[in-house]
Design a protein around this ligand. Structure first.
Ligand code: S3P
Length: 189
C-alpha cells in the first residue's frame, strides 16, 4: 500500500483514555506527513495550565468549554488535512460530535477496561481516574460513552492484541476505501 498518497480530509481519533490515540496519531503522522494536533496539548498551551490543574482549579465543565472551543477552532478550517487526537470525553457534547464528523474521517479506538486500567495506572494526568476504584470508574464511564463513540465514528477498531503499526495500517486502508466511495464524509443533521 502506498502510505504517502494523500487523503482528502483529516483523520480524527476518538476513544477512551489510554486506548492509544496519541501513539497511533504519531504513527499516522509519520506515514502521511500531516500535522498532528493533540487537543489536550493545545488546551494546555492556550491556557498555560495542565489538564489536572484545569480540573482542580476550575472544574470539569470549564475544561469541557475549553475543549469545545478548541474543536470549534479546528472546525473553522475543514480544508486543512491533519491528524487530530482528541480527549476521551470530547464526544459528551452533541455539538462536538457533529463537528468531529464535519472535520473528517472519525476513527474510534476501542480497548477493554482492563487494558485501559493497565495503561493509565501510572498516569497522573487523568483526573477523572483518580478514584478509590479506578476499574469501576473506567467501566462506568465506558458504558456511558460507548454509544456516543459509536454514533460519532465512521470506523471502529478493537485495538486488543494490535500494535500501533497494525492499527495505523487498518485505519489508512479503511479511510482510503471510504473516500473512494464518498467524495466528502457525510455530516450529521
Ligand atoms: C478525559 C480524557 C483525557 C483529558 C481529560 C478528560 C476524559 O484525555 O481530555 O483528562 O474525559 O475522558 P485522554 O483521552 O487523552 O487521556
Amino acid at each position: 500500500m502506498n502510505d504517502s498518497k494523500p487523503l482528502p480530509k483529516s483523520l480524527i481519533l476518538i476513544g477512551f483514555m489510554g486506548c492509544g490515540k496519541s501513539t497511533v496519531g504519531r504513527e499516522l503522522q509519520a506515514r502521511l506527513g500531516y500535522p498532528l494536533v493533540d487537543m489536550d496539548q493545545r488546551i494546555e498551551e492556550r491556557t498555560g495550565r495542565s489538564i489536572p490543574e484545569i480540573f482542580a482549579e476550575s472544574g470539569e465543565e470549564t475544561f469541557r468549554d475549553l475543549e469545545s472551543a478548541a474543536l470549534r477552532e479546528l472546525a473553522a478550517n475543514t480544508d486543512d488535512r491533519r491528524i487530530i487526537s482528541t480527549g476521551g470525553g470530547v464526544v459528551k457534547r452533541e455539538q462536538n460530535r457533529t463537528l468531529l464528523r464535519e472535520l473528517g474521517y472519525v476513527v474510534w479506538l476501542k480497548a477493554s477496561a482492563e487494558d485501559v486500567l493497565e495503561r493509565t495506572s501510572k498516569s497522573k494526568h487523568r483526573p477523572l481516574l483518580h478514584t478509590d476504584d479506578p476499574l469501576t470508574t473506567i467501566r462506568t464511564l465506558m458504558a456511558e460513552r460507548e454509544p456516543l463513540y459509536q454514533e460519532t465514528a465512521h470506523l471502529k477498531i478493537d485495538t486488543t492484541d494490535l500494535c500501533s503499526d497494525e492499527v495505523a495500517s487498518g485505519i489508512l486502508e479503511c479511510a482510503r476505501y471510504y473516500f473512494t466511495q464518498h467524495q466528502q464524509p457525510p455530516t450529521t443533521t
